[in-house]
Design a protein around this ligand. Structure first.
Ligand SMILES: NC(=O)c1ccc[n+]([C@@H]2O[C@H](COP(=O)([O-])OP(=O)(O)OC[C@H]3O[C@@H](n4cnc5c(N)ncnc54)[C@H](O)[C@@H]3O)[C@@H](O)[C@H]2O)c1
Length: 309
């Protein structure tokens, strides 16, 4: 299958490339390397890399017309600076629209979008059902939600996956790399008083095999284990991993731009796709920490405003 991946040098994009190339798929990755790293999309048979921005219609058109993708995975997103709403809107809204129009012109068989659970805002029900209203309130959430709306209008088969926090190679956002890096360096940490859900990369990749199949279900889907765990539970596992016995850590209320609990209900997805994640919370965190032991943690990004020191 010919698969075009926007944001191919990012965490999810690069893991999909590593997973799909050996399975015989041809891939074209589009990336402007704002958060993704060049070295994770090496020159290898079956992989083409096009450097540029998804906001640029003629660049995107050239990529589509030379590669002729059958499937488009839309993973490029802006979130690096929570105050930079212009870039978030340009990439997540306008860029998504450009990808939608190109997918329509080239009549791709499937357009698959990745969405943040922040589209639900502060949910009124947990775990969050797929029919829960969207009510984003951060630049990242608002722009990704507007982008998703354009994707859902596309005149090709569309899937939008509202994802839990996916852990795996090169994860560079959120509490796991932050705690790993800071505790290893002997630095202090704090835990926000919040609950999150996670999904292991292997479970995500196996799910993606089902999603790209021609004629597979379309629509919006939550993708998660549905398990709810506190940030403090992550902190404790990271401390244990580093051999630090039961350290004290302040628990702080969530910031104005954060949500106390985000846990997605994937029961509809499991029923429709006949899929179930294999890894639970402890296995997910432990596998991530072992990966950092082997490869380290580089820059850590956040879509949240930095907490006051
Ligand atoms: N990783 C997760 O757990 C998770 C959870 C929920 C939703 N998502 C969504 O999945 C997608 C991928 O997430 P990720 O974790 O891989 O993020 P990432 O930052 O690692 O990857 C995004 C990639 O997009 C590229 N990019 C940014 N702006 C671009 C532009 N204008 N043109 C071309 N490329 C551009 C970046 O350089 C980066 O390589 C995002 O849309 C994100 O909202 C991810």
């Amino acid at each position: 299958m010919r698969i075009l991946i926007t944001g191919g040098a990012g965490c999810l994009g690069s893991n999909l490339i590593e997973y799909w190339l050996p399975r015989g798929h041809e891939i074209l990755a589009i990336d402007n390397f704002v958060t993704g790293k060049r070295e994770v999309v090496p020159t290898v048979d079956g992989l083409q890399v096009c450097e540029g921005t998804i906001e640029d219609e003629s660049f995107v058109e050239a990529c589509f017309s030379t590669f002729k993708p059958e499937v488009v995975i839309h993973a490029a997103a802006s979130y690096k600076d929570p105050n930079d709403w212009k870039t978030d809107a340009a990439v997540n809204v306008v860029g998504s629209g450009v990808i939608v129009r190109a997918s329509e012109r080239h009549q791709v068989k499937r357009l698959i979008n990745f969405q943040t659970a922040l589209c639900y805002g502060r949910p009124s029900k947990l775990p969050i059902p797929i029919n829960h209203p969207v009510a984003p309130f951060t630049s990242y959430g608002i722009s990704k939600t507007a982008g998703e709306q354009y994707v859902l209008l596309a005149d090709v088969p569309v899937v939008s996956l509202r994802l839990a926090n996916i852990t795996g190679p090169r994860l560079a956002i959120g509490p796991i790399p932050t705690f790993y890096k800071r505790l290893k360096a002997g630095q202090g940490c704090f835990c926000s008083d919040s609950q999150r859900d996670f999904l292991d990369m292997q479970d995500f990749l196996e799910f993606m095999d089902l999603v790209i199949v021609d004629g597979a279900p379309t629509g919006i889907f939550n993708v998660s284990t549905g398990e709810s765990n506190s940030i403090k539970e992550i902190f404790d596992l990271v401390a244990k991993h580093h051999g630090i016995p039961a350290p004290e850590v302040p628990i702080v209320p969530v910031g104005d731009d954060d949500v106390p609990a985000v846990v997605l209900d994937s029961s509809h997805t499991e029923a429709v796709f006949g899929w179930k994640p294999k890894h639970g919370f402890e296995s997910i965190i432990t596998r991530q920490l072992r990966w950092y032991d082997e490869y380290g943690v580089n820059d850590v990004y956040s879509h949240l405003k930095p907490a006051a020191e």
